[in-house]
Design a protein around this ligand. Structure first.
Ligand code: SAM
Length: 274
């Protein structure tokens, strides 16, 4: 009997295709040390999902602690089953909270990270300012809020962007073959900057999952984000953008910038400084 190959759990594919937790943490730790002359230790990951980033943080140093906040218990459960068991005794320095980022209570953190544009669910200035106020209140006096956003001329058009992701073996031994990840900017409304984006996956000889993840967001601009951080009480808001390699791709080196020539696509970090 021919066995039908089973489609792997979507979270493996998401973490491999979308997240770059090592680079995100290197960036946040570097900026914190530069600003404060000491190393960050306590980190809160908002919209943590499977808590891949929080798990990596507590694994980096015995001094590190992390809190992850997500509203969806099944996603947290996946992280508890597939990420947390592989960080050994560091799991004792990690606390995952099922709750709303607007109301979750955590001890004062050096860093609050809200990445992969998750805060774009807040679609009005009032809602986003309120989130920034709450994130600021979760920080120590010298703490930093680290966000990211995408932009560029192709960010404001409907388009499909397929990309192959290499085969890998997950920490629990699950073998993931080469697969195609497609970022589908399906709707962009010029009037209010509301967007609907999807992620599709296609594993050759296994199957396709259309609309594996759906994002109903407002695509915020860099000036709006900086203004709202100020309005939320942050003393400054810095924009860090990457340079370009010889192939015209991001060189992954993020520097604070006041000017930046637009390009087809870029990703920026925005740092709210207390
Ligand atoms: C795009 S995923 C982010 C996953 C991962 N942290 C990353 O950086 O790629 C967004 C997550 O935000 C969670 N979420 C949505 N609204 C939330 C809220 N108000 N409070 C906490 N979590 C929320 C969802 O359950 C989902 O897991």
């Amino acid at each position: 009997m021919k066995m039908k190959k089973q489609f792997p759990d979507l979270h493996y594919l998401y973490e491999a295709a979308v997240q770059g937790v090592g680079a995100d943490l290197d960036f946040a730790a570097r900026v914190f040390k530069k600003k404060n002359g000491r190393k960050a230790a306590d980190l809160r990951e908002d919209f943590c999902g499977t808590a891949a980033l929080a798990c990596e943080w507590v694994s980096r140093s015995p001094k590190h602690r992390a809190w992850g906040v997500d509203i969806d218990q099944p996603t947290l459960d996946w992280g508890l089953a597939h990420n947390v068991p592989y960080i050994g005794e560091n799991a004792g320095k990690l606390d995952l909270i099922c709750g709303d980022v607007l109301t979750a209570k955590t001890p004062p953190a050096d860093l609050v990270l809200a990445l992969n544009f998750s805060y774009c669910i807040f679609k009005t200035r009032e809602q986003l300012r309120n989130y920034f106020i709450k994130a600021r209140s979760a920080l120590k006096k010298d703490g930093l809020l680290v966000l990211d956003i995408y932009g560029g001329t192709e960010a404001i058009e409907a388009k499909l962007e397929p990309r192959d992701v290499g085969a890998f073996t997950a920490k629990d031994g699950t073998k993931i073959p080469v697969f195609e990840y497609t970022w589908d900017q399906n709707i962009y409304n010029v009037i209010d900057h509301h967007v609907v984006n999807y992620i599709h996956f296609d594993i050759p000889k296994v199957g396709k999952i259309k609309k594996a993840f759906t994002y109903d967001w407002r695509l915020w601009t860099l000036p709006e984000l900086q203004e709202l951080l100020f309005e939320a009480g942050f003393e400054s808001a810095e924009v860090y953008l990457h340079g370009w390699n010889k192939d015209g791709e991001s060189d992954e080196t993020y520097r604070p910038r006041k000017n930046y020539e637009n390009a087809l696509g870029w990703v920026a970090y925005i740092v709210g400084i207390n």
